[in-house]
Ligand binder design. Structure first.
Ligand code: PLP
Length: 460
């Protein structure tokens, strides 16, 4: 067996890691962690650490690590039929069964599911379908996509453009011209502290209306949004936001894409965020929770009115020219079936609601009064603590102070993985949905101790 040092050297010399500071990593100046295993909500690494994974990998290992049922399903599928493509009407028992299971769980007006590999490609699929739809309806000018600042929709060319975070645009010549951004529904960051939540929703609606008026509704095809902003800061929408946005979109015949890559399959304590907030999307994007990341698989779920036009399109123009070699991969599908069964059998959607509420309440109690905590927020099994320099004046820290990252590092020392969200000083938590109350309490204690270590006792 290779020594830790040998493996770390190969890592630095061979492996191009995603979302990593490449220079620091190659020079050995950045953190390296070689993960060896996982069980429940814990992972282990080659340095002998056992860490409570408060972010479920990248909010994806929803059923927790080391589930033998999913491992067995993958092994059985690999032996029986590792692969056959799904082009031209081919299928396997696994991908057909999973399609039925997804449609049984999706909101009522959804009609079909297309399987890809990850969240980015599922969003690419959905955007292509939106363009195809408007071409079939004879509206070739209606193509722009509205996304929100702080939204996260992936890091491809189109999806990186939809993402509203500077890091994903800078020096990549993004966003592409067809993508326009509107305001994030981020009440804590409202432009005027005197605004009520209702005022702020009205402000977001007015900003959207202005954008539509400036660009022309006949040039705008769709609006994409996560039910709860994820990577942009874990921000649940203000009360009434989605119904108000939906009204505007309906009036201008703008389709709604609900990006449920994080929220789909239980994370908010509901099967889908769309149901949770009364959204009526034409398309749903999902991935992570579909297989709990035991195998790569995504789902683009299309609503009835989209499906009717897609069928019309292929009647007029022939086969839909869209698909990948690995679309609907049988091994991913087998993992998905076993995963969705586990979610049902273990009552994990309910657990996300209950233990998530316990985590949020505990966090508010433990750190909500700290002089450098601006807001503690969350929904279901998502929770965020936003740090500020001055809580009364809502003054943020300078980015160079990296306060969020410092607190996350202090948490790691205490055995809990949290995520320093990429923009702002936000400590993000998105544990597996099987988290217990005791594990939630451990996260709370560690968060409090880490904040006190970095920012002092800070009694308000
Ligand atoms: N959409 C959302 C809301 C996400 O959070 C992510 C990833 O975190 C994506 C899309 C992209 O998914 P992937 O990284 O699987 O391409």
């Amino acid at each position: 067996m290779l020594t830790n040092d040998e493996l770390a050297k190969w890592d630095r010399e061979s492996f191009f890691h995603p979302s990593t500071h490449l220079g620091q990593f190659a020079r050995g100046e950045a953190a390296q962690r070689i993960v060896t295993g996982g069980e429940g909500v814990f992972i282990t690494d080659r340095d002998g650490n056992r860490l409570l994974d408060g972010f479920a990998g990248l909010y994806c290992v929803n059923v927790g690590y080391g589930r033998p049922e999913i491992a067995q399903a993958i092994a059985d599928q690999a032996k029986e039929l590792a692969y056959y493509h799904a082009y031209a009407g081919h299928g396997s028992e696994a991908n057909i069964t999973l399609a039925k299971m997804v449609m049984d769980r999706a909101p009522d007006h959804m009609a079909r599911v297309y399987f890809g590999l990850g969240g980015s490609d599922a969003n690419e699929t959905n955007i292509k379908l939106v363009w195809y739809y408007n071409n079939i309806l004879g509206r070739p000018e209606k193509k722009k996509i509205i996304s929100r600042w702080r939204g996260y929709h992936g890091s491809g060319l189109m999806t990186g453009s939809l993402t509203g975070l500077e890091l994903f645009h800078k020096k990549f010549d993004l966003p592409l011209a067809q993508v326009i951004h509107t305001d994030a529904p981020y009440y804590y960051h409202r432009p005027d502290l005197a605004m009520s939540e209702a005022d702020f929703v009205a402000h977001c609606v007015a900003r959207l209306e202005d954008l539509i008026a400036t660009e022309g509704a006949d040039t705008i095809a769709a609006f994409i949004g996560e039910p709860v902003l994820g990577t942009g800061g874990i921000v649940p929408p203000p009360e009434g936001y989605w119904p108000a946005i939906q009204k505007v979109l309906d009036r201008h015949e703008i389709l709604l894409i609900a990006d449920e890559v994080v929220t789909g399959f239980g994370r908010l304590g509901s099967m889908f965020g769309s149901d949770h907030y009364g959204m009526k999307p034409d398309l749903i994007t999902s991935a992570k929770g579909l297989t709990s990341a035991y195998a790569p698989l995504s789902a683009s779920i299309v609503g009835q009115r989209m499906w009717d036009v897609l069928m019309q399109g292929t009647d007029e123009y022939g086969v839909l020219g869209h698909g990948w070699t690995y679309s609907a991969h049988p091994i991913g599908a087998a993992a998905g079936i076993a995963n969705l069964k586990l979610i049902d059998d273990l009552g994990l959607v309910q657990n996300a609601a209950e233990v998530g509420a316990h985590l949020l309440a505990g966090m508010r109690e433990a750190v909500g009064g700290h002089a450098h905590v601006g807001e503690v927020r969350g929904e279901g099994m998502l929770c965020a603590v936003e740090l500020v320099a001055d809580r009364d004046r809502r003054r943020f820290f300078e980015a160079s102070e990296t306060m969020g990252a410092k607190v996350v590092a202090a948490m790691l020392k205490r055995g809990v993985i949290a995520r320093a969200m990429p923009q702002g000083d936000i400590i993000g938590l998105a544990p597996p949905l099987c988290l217990s109350r005791e594990e939630a309490d451990q996260i709370v204690t560690v968060t409090r101790d880490a904040i006190v270590e970095v920012l002092g006792p800070g009694s308000a």
